[in-house]
Write a protein that binds this ligand. Structure first.
Ligand code: ZN
Ligand code: ZN
Length: 345
């Protein structure tokens, strides 16, 4: 494999510009942090782009408890290896890698030993317990870095690293469904719809009532039907994935799926699910969630993405405008994905 030339002409910076969460519920602060030094098994990455995920909002808002503080958010990092720490194998300076949400697992527990490292109780996550990519540089455990398909520009690749990966895992757990409902049509859904169509499935997209723009966006990406989540789809679904944090959508989705169908909740945080009659779960319907990802999911999905090929639609903001980018996600001002451009030189 040919390595990219190392940008050795660049001056070595002693501090690193980062957008830092100092307290939940408060805006991020622009700070100069000491340049990180990669310890054993770690790489120092020059961040090129970092995708923004709804989970970042949940951490910033305080919906998810006890983040590392102060914290650099961001777990869809596309970066270039600047320096490899002792013992790193297979990654050399100049290589481009992706850093996803799963940042470390224990490797010893019964989940780790049975191919379910996504459920490791000691797992540590990028941009939550480990500083992430809203910064010029980031450290990552080399074993959790993912290869990025060569054909993808940085900004196309960034949303694959969480929206794509978690979406892919959710799609797999939805089973062999031919008629697939998708509730909430943001970054993950806009990727999953393309993969689902590639697999020959039919996509039914549900949005907030009145959001005709998003319904049109879903149709552009191959949804055969798009309408408000308050309405039943035309005909029963075989499965549904919820990419929305609204618990009241769970009974709606259960009603919409056929006997034997699965409803997958893909969000890390959701409002309470209202009580519902057992009748809408009966006939072997399955209600389940998706939590995190395994490295295997990452490798599989990043191999699949260029074959579809998944085209991500990404709205960009400079690093210094990370708060504005989070606001855009909060207010649903953009379609598709959002990413910070950190270094596009
Ligand atoms: Zn473990
Ligand atoms: Zn995420």
């Amino acid at each position: 494999m040919e390595l990219l030339p190392r940008p050795s002409a660049r001056p070595i910076l002693l501090t690193v510009r980062a957008m830092v969460l100092e307290a939940q519920g408060e805006p991020l602060q622009a700070r100069d942090l000491p340049r990180p030094v990669p310890g054993p098994g770690h790489v120092l990455l020059r961040v090129r782009a970092c995708g923004i995920c709804r989970t970042d909002l949940h951490i910033a808002n305080g919906d998810l408890p006890e983040p590392k503080l102060p914290l650099v958010l961001g777990h869809q990092i596309v970066g270039e290896v600047e320096e490899a720490g002792p013992g790193v194998e297979g990654l050399a300076p100049g290589e481009r890698v992706g850093v996803p949400w799963l940042g470390w697992t224990c490797g010893e527990c019964r989940y780790c030993r049975s191919g379910r490292e996504n459920l490791c109780p000691r797992a540590r996550f990028t941009g939550y317990q480990i500083d992430g990519g809203y910064a010029e540089f980031a450290l990552a455990d080399a074993r959790y870095c993912l290869p990025i398909p060569e054909a993808y520009p940085d900004l196309q690749a960034a949303p694959l690293l969480c929206a794509g990966l978690i979406g892919y895992r959710a799609l797999r757990l939805a089973g062999e469904a031919e008629r697939l409902g998708i509730y909430g049509f943001g970054a993950a859904a806009h990727i999953v719809a393309q993969v689902a169509r590639h697999q020959g499935r039919r996509v039914f997209a549900f949005t907030r009532p009145g959001d005709e723009e998003t319904q049109a966006f879903a149709r552009e990406l191959g949804a055969g039907w798009a309408g408000p989540s308050t309405e039943p789809p035309p005909g029963e679904l075989d499965a549904a994935i919820l990419f929305a944090a609204a618990g009241e959508l769970v009974p709606a989705a259960l009603r919409a799926v056929a006997p034997g169908g699965t409803v997958v909740c893909a969000e890390i945080h959701m409002s309470d699910i209202p009580s519902f009659p057992y009748e809408i779960l009966w006939r072997e319907k399955v209600l389940r969630s998706v939590a995190n990802l395994t490295r295997q999911d990452g490798v599989e999905f990043l191999e699949l993405a260029p074959k579809v090929p998944v085209r991500t639609q990404t709205t960009t903001f400079p690093l210094a405008q990370a708060n504005e980018a989070l606001d855009a996600l909060r207010s649903r001002a953009v379609h598709g994905a959002i990413a910070l451009v950190v270094d596009d030189s």
